[in-house]
Design a protein around this ligand. Structure first.
Ligand code: ADP
Ligand code: MG
Length: 254
């Protein structure tokens, strides 16, 4: 991907000049993530991690630039944009997304939540596939339960099953372990790892936690909407060390 994303805030418009404040959330980021790898994205709050994920996942459109997924261009602002419907279709078949707060529908059962993307895409719902997907996340015996009958870790595993049920090329996860205790977090991280190692999918995860990042194959650091280095085969210690010094070379030049 190669993207820039600016937010203009009408609410933040300066009363005297009438000019809006613009925030360059992503500043000409060029990033290529090989298929079948697990990447963690880290950086201070407000550095553009969520914006990056949303643009990469087609949940938001960059102002300029290009996002390619599995060799196909998703958004290219230099050409006629894909219509909303086409973008949604592309997203539904190629991309899975996992949110920090699970985003499950409380009135639906675990099985119904899981098959939602298939239904929305108008695809045939293969019961065996749903059962297989839920068994794979350790919830094969919870199909008829509702989200409020599950722990946070179990809810997030339903959300992962929902993200995987369409067999997407890429799974994006925005702080998927942010609301979980250590043990549930580990289960979720192992699942994401398995998604890559066993099923060959590409996973991109935003996290604040160096231990969570150490489950990834590589870490990309972000500061002020720009890439600020990366680490491969990260250990939690190396990640924490790098985070502590993030932005040193940026501020040094100012
Ligand atoms: P992170 O996930 O790293 O905390 P974000 O991607 O959420 O950072 O935000 C990056 C920058 O863009 C921040 O300055 C944030 O305030 C701004 N921003 C994010 N979303 C919006 C929005 N919808 N409207 C205006 N500004 C936004
Ligand atoms: Mg964020």
């Amino acid at each position: 991907m190669k993207v820039t994303k600016t937010y203009g805030t009408r609410a933040g418009a300066d009363a005297r000049t009438g000019e809006g404040t613009t925030i360059r959330a992503l500043d000409d980021i060029t990033l290529s993530l090989p298929t079948g790898t697990f990447t963690a994205v880290m950086g201070p709050s407000g550095s553009g991690k969520s914006t990056l994920l949303h643009c990469a996942a087609g949940l938001d459109r960059p102002d300029s630039g290009l996002v390619m997924v599995a060799g196909e261009e998703m958004t290219d602002s230099t050409k006629a944009p894909r219509g909303e419907a086409a973008l949604t279709r592309f997203r539904r078949t190629r991309i899975g997304f996992v949110f920090q707060q699970y985003n499950l529908l409380p009135t639906l059962t675990v099985a119904q939540n899981t098959i939602l993307p298939l239904r929305l895409a108008g695809r045939r719902v293969d019961r065996a596939r749903v059962e297989r997907t839920l068994a794979a996340v350790g919830l094969g015996d919870r199909l008829g339960h509702h989200p409020d009958q599950l722990s946070g870790g179990q809810r997030q595993r339903v959300a992962i099953a929902r993200a995987l049920v369409t067999e997407p090329s890429v799974v994006f996860a925005d702080e998927p372990t942010g609301a979980l205790d250590t043990r549930s977090a580990r289960d979720v991280l192992r699942l994401l790892q398995e998604t890559v190692r066993v099923h060959g999918r590409t996973v991109v995860m935003v996290t604040h936690d160096p231990v969570a990042a150490s489950y990834a194959d590589a870490v990309q650091f972000l500061a002020d909407g720009r890439l600020a280095g990366h680490l491969t085969a990260p250990t939690a210690d190396a990640v924490a060390e790098r985070l502590a010094h993030l932005g040193d070379d940026v501020t040094a030049g100012v």
